[in-house]
Design a protein around this ligand. Structure first.
Ligand SMILES: NC(=O)c1ccc[n+]([C@@H]2O[C@H](COP(=O)([O-])OP(=O)(O)OC[C@H]3O[C@@H](n4cnc5c(N)ncnc54)[C@H](O)[C@@H]3O)[C@@H](O)[C@H]2O)c1
Length: 361
Protein backbone atom coordinates (compact mmCIF):
# COMPACT_ATOMS: atom_id res chain seq x y z
CA UNK A 1 0.00 0.00 0.00
CA UNK A 2 1.22 3.50 -0.81
CA UNK A 3 0.18 6.66 0.97
CA UNK A 4 0.73 10.21 -0.20
CA UNK A 5 0.24 13.11 2.20
CA UNK A 6 -0.92 16.16 0.37
CA UNK A 7 -0.27 19.48 2.06
CA UNK A 8 -1.30 22.86 0.75
CA UNK A 9 1.10 25.63 1.74
CA UNK A 10 -1.35 28.50 1.63
CA UNK A 11 -4.60 27.07 2.98
CA UNK A 12 -3.15 24.58 5.48
CA UNK A 13 -5.58 21.95 4.15
CA UNK A 14 -4.11 18.47 4.25
CA UNK A 15 -5.35 15.15 3.06
CA UNK A 16 -4.14 11.69 2.27
CA UNK A 17 -4.23 9.70 -0.95
CA UNK A 18 -4.18 6.01 -0.05
CA UNK A 19 -3.41 3.61 -2.91
CA UNK A 20 -3.56 -0.18 -2.69
CA UNK A 21 -5.48 -3.39 -3.26
CA UNK A 22 -8.59 -4.37 -1.30
CA UNK A 23 -9.20 -0.90 0.11
CA UNK A 24 -12.96 -1.00 -0.58
CA UNK A 25 -13.12 -3.71 2.09
CA UNK A 26 -10.84 -1.91 4.52
CA UNK A 27 -12.88 -0.24 7.31
CA UNK A 28 -9.83 1.54 8.72
CA UNK A 29 -9.18 3.27 5.41
CA UNK A 30 -12.55 5.03 5.73
CA UNK A 31 -13.45 5.32 9.38
CA UNK A 32 -10.95 7.93 10.52
CA UNK A 33 -12.02 10.32 7.79
CA UNK A 34 -15.76 10.19 8.51
CA UNK A 35 -16.81 12.33 11.44
CA UNK A 36 -20.58 11.82 11.48
CA UNK A 37 -22.98 8.90 11.45
CA UNK A 38 -24.43 9.75 8.02
CA UNK A 39 -22.80 8.83 4.73
CA UNK A 40 -24.09 9.37 1.19
CA UNK A 41 -22.48 7.24 -1.54
CA UNK A 42 -22.88 8.75 -5.00
CA UNK A 43 -22.14 6.39 -7.88
CA UNK A 44 -23.39 5.57 -11.37
CA UNK A 45 -25.32 2.79 -13.11
CA UNK A 46 -22.13 1.05 -14.31
CA UNK A 47 -19.96 1.26 -11.20
CA UNK A 48 -22.64 0.75 -8.53
CA UNK A 49 -23.54 -2.84 -9.53
CA UNK A 50 -19.83 -3.70 -9.28
CA UNK A 51 -18.73 -1.97 -6.10
CA UNK A 52 -21.61 -0.43 -4.13
CA UNK A 53 -22.46 -3.52 -2.07
CA UNK A 54 -18.89 -4.20 -0.89
CA UNK A 55 -18.51 -0.55 0.05
CA UNK A 56 -21.81 -0.51 1.97
CA UNK A 57 -20.65 -3.61 3.79
CA UNK A 58 -17.47 -1.81 4.82
CA UNK A 59 -19.49 1.20 5.99
CA UNK A 60 -22.16 -0.76 7.87
CA UNK A 61 -21.39 1.13 11.08
CA UNK A 62 -22.86 4.26 9.42
CA UNK A 63 -26.34 5.28 8.33
CA UNK A 64 -25.72 4.79 4.61
CA UNK A 65 -27.63 6.53 1.81
CA UNK A 66 -27.01 5.95 -1.89
CA UNK A 67 -27.71 7.98 -5.00
CA UNK A 68 -27.15 6.44 -8.46
CA UNK A 69 -26.64 8.70 -11.48
CA UNK A 70 -26.97 7.48 -15.10
CA UNK A 71 -23.63 6.83 -16.82
CA UNK A 72 -22.05 9.50 -19.00
CA UNK A 73 -20.53 12.96 -19.20
CA UNK A 74 -23.94 14.48 -20.05
CA UNK A 75 -25.08 13.69 -16.51
CA UNK A 76 -22.39 15.90 -14.97
CA UNK A 77 -25.14 18.48 -15.08
CA UNK A 78 -27.03 21.06 -13.05
CA UNK A 79 -30.10 18.78 -13.28
CA UNK A 80 -28.27 15.95 -11.52
CA UNK A 81 -26.77 18.41 -9.05
CA UNK A 82 -30.24 19.66 -8.12
CA UNK A 83 -31.68 16.14 -7.94
CA UNK A 84 -28.95 15.03 -5.53
CA UNK A 85 -29.36 18.13 -3.34
CA UNK A 86 -33.14 17.50 -3.23
CA UNK A 87 -32.50 13.88 -2.23
CA UNK A 88 -30.20 15.07 0.57
CA UNK A 89 -32.71 17.61 1.89
CA UNK A 90 -35.60 15.13 1.72
CA UNK A 91 -33.54 12.53 3.59
CA UNK A 92 -32.42 15.08 6.17
CA UNK A 93 -28.72 14.71 5.59
CA UNK A 94 -27.05 16.95 8.11
CA UNK A 95 -24.22 19.41 7.61
CA UNK A 96 -21.75 16.99 9.18
CA UNK A 97 -22.66 14.17 6.75
CA UNK A 98 -19.95 12.82 4.43
CA UNK A 99 -20.34 12.26 0.69
CA UNK A 100 -18.41 9.38 -0.86
CA UNK A 101 -17.83 9.62 -4.63
CA UNK A 102 -17.57 6.08 -6.02
CA UNK A 103 -16.76 6.19 -9.73
CA UNK A 104 -14.77 7.86 -12.48
CA UNK A 105 -14.09 11.54 -13.00
CA UNK A 106 -17.70 12.35 -13.84
CA UNK A 107 -18.95 11.11 -10.47
CA UNK A 108 -15.97 12.68 -8.67
CA UNK A 109 -16.54 16.12 -10.20
CA UNK A 110 -20.33 16.04 -9.69
CA UNK A 111 -20.19 14.70 -6.12
CA UNK A 112 -17.44 17.15 -5.24
CA UNK A 113 -19.55 20.06 -6.43
CA UNK A 114 -22.55 18.81 -4.44
CA UNK A 115 -20.27 18.53 -1.38
CA UNK A 116 -18.89 22.04 -1.99
CA UNK A 117 -22.42 23.49 -2.10
CA UNK A 118 -24.61 21.62 0.40
CA UNK A 119 -24.80 23.80 3.54
CA UNK A 120 -21.93 25.80 1.94
CA UNK A 121 -19.62 22.83 2.04
CA UNK A 122 -19.59 19.38 3.64
CA UNK A 123 -16.95 16.64 3.79
CA UNK A 124 -16.34 14.30 0.91
CA UNK A 125 -14.14 11.33 0.16
CA UNK A 126 -13.09 10.34 -3.33
CA UNK A 127 -13.05 6.64 -4.24
CA UNK A 128 -11.88 6.89 -7.87
CA UNK A 129 -12.48 3.79 -10.01
CA UNK A 130 -11.17 4.83 -13.46
CA UNK A 131 -7.45 5.26 -14.11
CA UNK A 132 -8.01 8.86 -15.17
CA UNK A 133 -9.81 9.59 -11.91
CA UNK A 134 -7.12 7.81 -9.87
CA UNK A 135 -4.22 9.81 -11.34
CA UNK A 136 -5.84 13.06 -12.27
CA UNK A 137 -9.37 14.19 -11.42
CA UNK A 138 -9.36 13.00 -7.79
CA UNK A 139 -6.24 15.06 -7.03
CA UNK A 140 -6.33 18.81 -6.71
CA UNK A 141 -9.78 19.76 -5.50
CA UNK A 142 -11.40 20.97 -8.71
CA UNK A 143 -15.11 20.11 -8.76
CA UNK A 144 -17.58 21.00 -11.50
CA UNK A 145 -20.67 20.37 -13.55
CA UNK A 146 -21.12 21.18 -17.23
CA UNK A 147 -23.36 23.88 -18.73
CA UNK A 148 -25.02 23.38 -22.15
CA UNK A 149 -22.66 26.10 -23.43
CA UNK A 150 -19.45 24.45 -22.22
CA UNK A 151 -17.70 21.85 -20.07
CA UNK A 152 -16.85 22.49 -16.41
CA UNK A 153 -18.18 26.06 -16.48
CA UNK A 154 -19.84 25.79 -13.05
CA UNK A 155 -17.75 24.60 -10.15
CA UNK A 156 -15.71 25.23 -7.05
CA UNK A 157 -12.42 24.34 -5.45
CA UNK A 158 -13.26 21.89 -2.67
CA UNK A 159 -10.63 19.49 -1.38
CA UNK A 160 -11.67 15.98 -0.33
CA UNK A 161 -10.98 14.73 3.21
CA UNK A 162 -9.27 11.71 1.69
CA UNK A 163 -8.75 9.87 -1.61
CA UNK A 164 -9.01 6.08 -1.34
CA UNK A 165 -7.74 4.41 -4.51
CA UNK A 166 -8.43 0.69 -4.72
CA UNK A 167 -6.50 -0.49 -7.77
CA UNK A 168 -8.54 -3.72 -7.88
CA UNK A 169 -11.36 -1.66 -9.38
CA UNK A 170 -9.28 -1.24 -12.56
CA UNK A 171 -9.88 -4.92 -13.36
CA UNK A 172 -13.37 -4.07 -14.63
CA UNK A 173 -12.47 -0.83 -16.40
CA UNK A 174 -12.77 -1.18 -20.22
CA UNK A 175 -9.30 -1.46 -21.78
CA UNK A 176 -9.77 1.62 -23.96
CA UNK A 177 -10.57 3.69 -20.83
CA UNK A 178 -7.46 2.25 -19.13
CA UNK A 179 -5.18 3.21 -22.03
CA UNK A 180 -6.77 6.62 -22.19
CA UNK A 181 -5.87 7.23 -18.53
CA UNK A 182 -2.23 6.46 -19.35
CA UNK A 183 -2.04 9.65 -21.45
CA UNK A 184 -2.34 11.82 -18.32
CA UNK A 185 0.41 9.75 -16.68
CA UNK A 186 2.78 10.26 -19.63
CA UNK A 187 1.87 13.96 -19.45
CA UNK A 188 2.88 14.11 -15.77
CA UNK A 189 6.24 12.47 -16.55
CA UNK A 190 6.97 14.89 -19.41
CA UNK A 191 6.13 17.87 -17.20
CA UNK A 192 8.20 17.02 -14.19
CA UNK A 193 10.04 13.71 -14.00
CA UNK A 194 12.42 12.28 -16.61
CA UNK A 195 13.21 9.30 -14.34
CA UNK A 196 9.51 8.44 -14.19
CA UNK A 197 9.36 8.74 -17.99
CA UNK A 198 12.22 6.19 -18.28
CA UNK A 199 10.43 3.99 -15.73
CA UNK A 200 7.29 4.04 -17.91
CA UNK A 201 9.40 3.08 -20.95
CA UNK A 202 10.84 0.14 -19.02
CA UNK A 203 7.56 -1.04 -17.49
CA UNK A 204 4.99 -0.57 -20.23
CA UNK A 205 4.32 -4.29 -20.60
CA UNK A 206 3.76 -4.78 -16.86
CA UNK A 207 1.49 -1.71 -16.88
CA UNK A 208 -0.60 -3.02 -19.77
CA UNK A 209 -0.90 -6.42 -18.10
CA UNK A 210 -1.95 -4.59 -14.91
CA UNK A 211 0.70 -5.91 -12.54
CA UNK A 212 -0.61 -4.69 -9.17
CA UNK A 213 2.72 -3.48 -7.72
CA UNK A 214 3.66 -1.69 -10.90
CA UNK A 215 0.22 -0.06 -11.09
CA UNK A 216 0.41 1.13 -7.48
CA UNK A 217 3.86 2.67 -8.05
CA UNK A 218 2.73 4.32 -11.27
CA UNK A 219 -0.43 5.79 -9.77
CA UNK A 220 1.42 7.00 -6.67
CA UNK A 221 4.18 8.71 -8.67
CA UNK A 222 1.69 10.32 -10.99
CA UNK A 223 -0.46 11.62 -8.11
CA UNK A 224 2.64 12.94 -6.35
CA UNK A 225 3.64 14.95 -9.42
CA UNK A 226 0.17 16.48 -9.71
CA UNK A 227 -0.02 17.00 -5.94
CA UNK A 228 3.31 18.86 -5.88
CA UNK A 229 2.22 21.16 -8.69
CA UNK A 230 -1.22 21.78 -7.16
CA UNK A 231 0.18 22.34 -3.66
CA UNK A 232 2.22 25.25 -4.98
CA UNK A 233 -0.66 26.80 -6.91
CA UNK A 234 -3.96 25.56 -5.50
CA UNK A 235 -6.19 28.14 -7.23
CA UNK A 236 -4.46 27.97 -10.63
CA UNK A 237 -2.70 31.32 -10.80
CA UNK A 238 0.63 30.16 -12.19
CA UNK A 239 2.48 26.87 -12.48
CA UNK A 240 -0.70 24.75 -12.23
CA UNK A 241 -1.09 25.70 -15.91
CA UNK A 242 1.71 23.20 -16.65
CA UNK A 243 -0.91 20.49 -16.20
CA UNK A 244 -2.49 21.76 -19.41
CA UNK A 245 0.39 20.33 -21.46
CA UNK A 246 -1.16 18.95 -24.65
CA UNK A 247 -4.64 20.12 -23.65
CA UNK A 248 -5.05 23.17 -25.90
CA UNK A 249 -4.54 20.87 -28.89
CA UNK A 250 -6.64 18.14 -27.25
CA UNK A 251 -9.65 20.39 -26.56
CA UNK A 252 -9.61 21.66 -30.14
CA UNK A 253 -9.42 18.11 -31.53
CA UNK A 254 -12.21 16.88 -29.21
CA UNK A 255 -14.42 19.81 -30.17
CA UNK A 256 -13.83 19.37 -33.90
CA UNK A 257 -14.34 15.61 -33.83
CA UNK A 258 -17.54 16.07 -31.81
CA UNK A 259 -17.24 15.44 -28.06
CA UNK A 260 -17.30 11.74 -27.25
CA UNK A 261 -15.80 10.46 -30.52
CA UNK A 262 -12.30 10.32 -29.09
CA UNK A 263 -11.81 9.67 -25.37
CA UNK A 264 -10.25 12.65 -23.60
CA UNK A 265 -6.98 10.78 -22.97
CA UNK A 266 -6.73 9.84 -26.64
CA UNK A 267 -7.01 13.52 -27.60
CA UNK A 268 -4.43 14.38 -24.91
CA UNK A 269 -2.06 11.75 -26.36
CA UNK A 270 -2.25 13.48 -29.76
CA UNK A 271 -1.83 16.85 -28.00
CA UNK A 272 1.37 15.67 -26.26
CA UNK A 273 2.83 14.60 -29.60
CA UNK A 274 1.83 17.86 -31.29
CA UNK A 275 3.35 19.93 -28.48
CA UNK A 276 6.59 17.92 -28.76
CA UNK A 277 6.67 18.20 -32.54
CA UNK A 278 5.91 21.92 -32.50
CA UNK A 279 8.67 22.69 -30.01
CA UNK A 280 11.18 20.50 -31.80
CA UNK A 281 10.49 22.46 -34.98
CA UNK A 282 11.14 25.66 -33.02
CA UNK A 283 14.41 24.01 -31.91
CA UNK A 284 13.36 24.16 -28.26
CA UNK A 285 13.23 20.35 -27.84
CA UNK A 286 15.70 17.80 -29.16
CA UNK A 287 14.69 15.36 -31.87
CA UNK A 288 15.69 12.52 -29.53
CA UNK A 289 13.24 13.66 -26.84
CA UNK A 290 10.48 14.17 -29.40
CA UNK A 291 10.96 10.64 -30.70
CA UNK A 292 10.88 9.23 -27.16
CA UNK A 293 7.54 10.94 -26.52
CA UNK A 294 6.03 9.62 -29.75
CA UNK A 295 7.33 6.11 -29.06
CA UNK A 296 5.99 5.95 -25.51
CA UNK A 297 2.55 7.24 -26.53
CA UNK A 298 2.41 4.65 -29.34
CA UNK A 299 3.56 1.82 -27.04
CA UNK A 300 0.41 2.28 -25.01
CA UNK A 301 -1.70 2.01 -28.14
CA UNK A 302 -2.59 5.70 -28.07
CA UNK A 303 -2.87 7.87 -31.21
CA UNK A 304 -0.02 10.24 -32.16
CA UNK A 305 -1.46 12.13 -35.19
CA UNK A 306 -4.34 14.53 -35.84
CA UNK A 307 -7.30 12.64 -37.37
CA UNK A 308 -7.10 13.26 -41.14
CA UNK A 309 -10.68 14.53 -41.44
CA UNK A 310 -9.90 17.67 -39.39
CA UNK A 311 -8.73 20.95 -40.91
CA UNK A 312 -6.11 23.47 -39.79
CA UNK A 313 -8.72 26.27 -40.06
CA UNK A 314 -11.21 24.73 -37.67
CA UNK A 315 -8.50 23.61 -35.24
CA UNK A 316 -6.96 27.08 -35.05
CA UNK A 317 -10.41 28.57 -34.45
CA UNK A 318 -11.06 26.11 -31.65
CA UNK A 319 -7.62 26.81 -30.14
CA UNK A 320 -8.24 30.56 -30.24
CA UNK A 321 -11.24 30.40 -27.93
CA UNK A 322 -9.34 28.27 -25.43
CA UNK A 323 -9.73 30.07 -22.10
CA UNK A 324 -5.95 30.27 -21.58
CA UNK A 325 -5.55 32.73 -24.47
CA UNK A 326 -6.03 36.20 -23.10
CA UNK A 327 -5.35 38.14 -26.32
CA UNK A 328 -4.53 37.47 -29.94
CA UNK A 329 -1.51 35.20 -29.61
CA UNK A 330 -1.86 31.65 -28.37
CA UNK A 331 -0.61 30.47 -25.00
CA UNK A 332 0.77 26.95 -24.95
CA UNK A 333 2.55 24.75 -22.46
CA UNK A 334 5.47 23.20 -24.33
CA UNK A 335 8.10 20.61 -23.35
CA UNK A 336 11.68 21.92 -23.44
CA UNK A 337 13.03 18.50 -22.43
CA UNK A 338 11.53 15.38 -20.92
CA UNK A 339 10.84 16.49 -17.34
CA UNK A 340 10.57 20.22 -18.04
CA UNK A 341 7.92 22.47 -19.59
CA UNK A 342 7.58 26.20 -20.18
CA UNK A 343 4.56 28.48 -20.57
CA UNK A 344 4.79 30.22 -23.98
CA UNK A 345 2.51 33.25 -24.33
CA UNK A 346 3.46 34.54 -27.74
CA UNK A 347 2.75 31.81 -30.26
CA UNK A 348 1.40 33.57 -33.33
CA UNK A 349 -1.69 32.11 -34.93
CA UNK A 350 0.03 32.18 -38.34
CA UNK A 351 2.87 30.05 -37.04
CA UNK A 352 0.40 27.59 -35.51
CA UNK A 353 -1.73 27.50 -38.65
CA UNK A 354 1.31 26.60 -40.79
CA UNK A 355 2.29 23.90 -38.32
CA UNK A 356 -1.18 22.32 -38.24
CA UNK A 357 -1.49 22.47 -42.04
CA UNK A 358 1.87 20.71 -42.33
CA UNK A 359 0.75 18.01 -39.84
CA UNK A 360 -2.37 17.35 -41.88
CA UNK A 361 -0.48 17.02 -45.20
N1 LIG B 1 -11.44 17.64 -11.44
C1 LIG B 1 -10.37 17.53 -12.20
O1 LIG B 1 -9.28 18.02 -11.87
C2 LIG B 1 -10.48 16.77 -13.48
C3 LIG B 1 -9.32 16.40 -14.18
C4 LIG B 1 -9.46 15.64 -15.33
C5 LIG B 1 -10.72 15.25 -15.76
N2 LIG B 1 -11.82 15.62 -15.06
C6 LIG B 1 -13.15 15.20 -15.47
O2 LIG B 1 -13.22 13.79 -15.38
C7 LIG B 1 -14.20 13.31 -16.29
C8 LIG B 1 -13.64 12.13 -17.02
O3 LIG B 1 -13.36 11.11 -16.09
P1 LIG B 1 -13.33 9.57 -16.54
O4 LIG B 1 -12.43 9.44 -17.71
O5 LIG B 1 -13.07 8.80 -15.32
O6 LIG B 1 -14.79 9.37 -17.13
P2 LIG B 1 -16.08 8.61 -16.51
O7 LIG B 1 -16.29 8.98 -15.11
O8 LIG B 1 -17.17 8.84 -17.49
O9 LIG B 1 -15.62 7.08 -16.56
C9 LIG B 1 -15.35 6.48 -17.82
C10 LIG B 1 -16.24 5.25 -18.02
O10 LIG B 1 -15.73 4.18 -17.23
C11 LIG B 1 -16.77 3.67 -16.38
N3 LIG B 1 -16.09 3.19 -15.19
C12 LIG B 1 -15.45 3.92 -14.23
N4 LIG B 1 -14.85 3.10 -13.37
C13 LIG B 1 -15.10 1.83 -13.77
C14 LIG B 1 -14.73 0.56 -13.29
N5 LIG B 1 -13.90 0.41 -12.26
N6 LIG B 1 -15.20 -0.54 -13.95
C15 LIG B 1 -15.99 -0.41 -15.05
N7 LIG B 1 -16.35 0.78 -15.57
C16 LIG B 1 -15.91 1.88 -14.93
C17 LIG B 1 -17.72 4.82 -16.19
O11 LIG B 1 -18.99 4.38 -15.82
C18 LIG B 1 -17.68 5.45 -17.59
O12 LIG B 1 -18.53 4.73 -18.46
C19 LIG B 1 -14.58 14.48 -17.18
O13 LIG B 1 -15.82 14.97 -16.79
C20 LIG B 1 -13.49 15.50 -16.91
O14 LIG B 1 -13.94 16.83 -17.08
C21 LIG B 1 -11.72 16.36 -13.93
Amino acid sequence: MKTIDLTFNKTSQNYQIQIGQGLLDDKQAFINSIKSSQVLIISNEVVAPLYLDPLKQTLQAFECFEYIVPDGEQHKSLQQFEAIISFMIENRLRRNATIIALGGGVIGDLSGYVAASYYRGIDFIQVPTSLLAQVDSSVGGKTAVNHPLGKNLIGAFHQPKKVITDIDTLKTLPEREFRSGIAEIIKAAIIADSDFFSWLEGNYQAILSQDANVLASMIARSCQIKADIVANDEKEQGTRAWLNLGHTFAHAIEKDMGFGTLLHGEAVAIGLCLAANFNQQRQQLTGVDKQKIFKLVARFGLPTCIPAQLSAESLINAMSIDKKNIDQDLTLILPSSIGRVTIENNISKNEMYDFLAQQLN
